[in-house]
Write a new protein. Structure first.
Length: 322
């Protein structure tokens, strides 16, 4: 709270590039939406890249660690007036900045009533902030789960508040090994999102324990520290910023591999949908998918955008970390 509330006054104060790596190229739709966001909200924002999934119209979205609210105000425009975005953050100063500009943004977007709200609270304890079971279509988070001491509790809570077929779409920092006590107790490395990084294999086991489908890797990029003293502390450990998607696939919806045809029509992705590192769907093209992907597409908000046929070759790409 001190690091993000007092020590950092603007994004230039960050000491590593862990929090500013870009997730994936930004569409014109998103670039235009960013233009409408208040400059104070943008200046006090410390997330990494942009965490914007596709197919958002009228969705209910929860942003974990929403900070000054940049992503929430961006998503507010993409879900439309019928959608809703909730931000939760543990740093009171950041929540105040976000709340201060609600009226400004709703006026700018031409909305009759606010479709965003902000709460001060902890992502490990969403119930304390009044977040009900199965109340959101999507949970997003931008480089903050590493700041939570109990990652399992965060994923467990995200799973609880998602509707069946809902998605957790999030970027975070991962380590090539489990971190030593020295690294984990380092104050600056903690604030810079490195000391709390999860060993990437542990994400897979925690996701499975909690009940999510196996993680789908979207993008990954290496992190450079660029500070000799901090490099000395981390030693040979390597860090990566990665975006994953996890789905709450309802029990009984897994049948087997199939063939998926994208019907097109998702705003900003009309001709092609790059779903993750393994699957890109072009409009009208038949793609062999494994049982997991078939279940995800059929049970999620993407269902009406795809035609899924059972069977097909089992040559679908195996899911896994690149």
């Amino acid at each position: 709270q001190d690091y993000y509330g007092k020590e950092l006054q603007k994004s230039e104060d960050l000491k590593t590039n862990a929090c500013i790596t870009s997730a994936r190229p930004v569409s014109k739709l998103v670039r235009d939406a960013l233009e409408h966001i208040h400059e104070e909200v943008v200046a006090r924002y410390y997330g990494c890249g942009l965490v914007i999934p596709e197919c958002l119209s009228a969705c209910r979205i929860l942003d974990l660690g929403s900070g000054s609210g940049r992503d929430c105000y961006l998503l507010s425009q993409l879900v439309g007036e019928q959608g809703h975005v909730t931000g939760i953050d543990m740093t009171e100063g950041q929540v105040e900045v976000a709340k201060k500009h609600i009226a400004y943004h709703m006026d700018k977007f031409g909305y009759r009533k606010p479709n965003v709200e902000f709460f001060h609270g902890y992502m490990e304890k969403l119930g304390d902030a009044g977040v009900a079971d199965e109340s959101y279509d999507i949970v997003i988070s931008n480089c903050v789960i590493n700041l939570a001491p109990d990652k399992r509790a965060v994923l467990q809570e995200a799973f609880r508040v998602l509707k069946p077929g809902g998605e957790m779409y999030f970027s975070d920092v991962y380590a090539s090994q489990r971190l030593s006590e020295t690294v984990r107790k380092h104050r600056v490395l903690w604030g810079e999102c490195l000391a709390g990084a999860l060993f990437w294999r542990d994400l897979y086991s925690i996701a499975e324990e909690v009940g999510f489908s196996p993680p789908c890797l979207v993008t990954a990029s290496p992190i450079t520290i660029g500070d000799k003293e901090l490099e000395g502390v981390v030693g040979d450990c390597r860090f990566v910023s990665a975006t994953y998607r996890l789905f709450k696939v309802p029990a009984g919806s897994r049948t087997g591999p199939g063939q998926a045809t994208y019907n097109g029509g998702i705003v900003g992705h009309e001709r092609e949908l790059a779903f993750d590192a393994n699957f890109t769907f072009k409009e009208g093209e038949v793609v062999d998918v494994d049982a997991e992907m078939a279940a995800i597409l059929q049970s999620s908000r993407f269902a009406e955008k795809f035609l899924i046929r059972a069977g097909g070759a089992n040559a679908a790409a195996p899911q896994g970390c690149c």
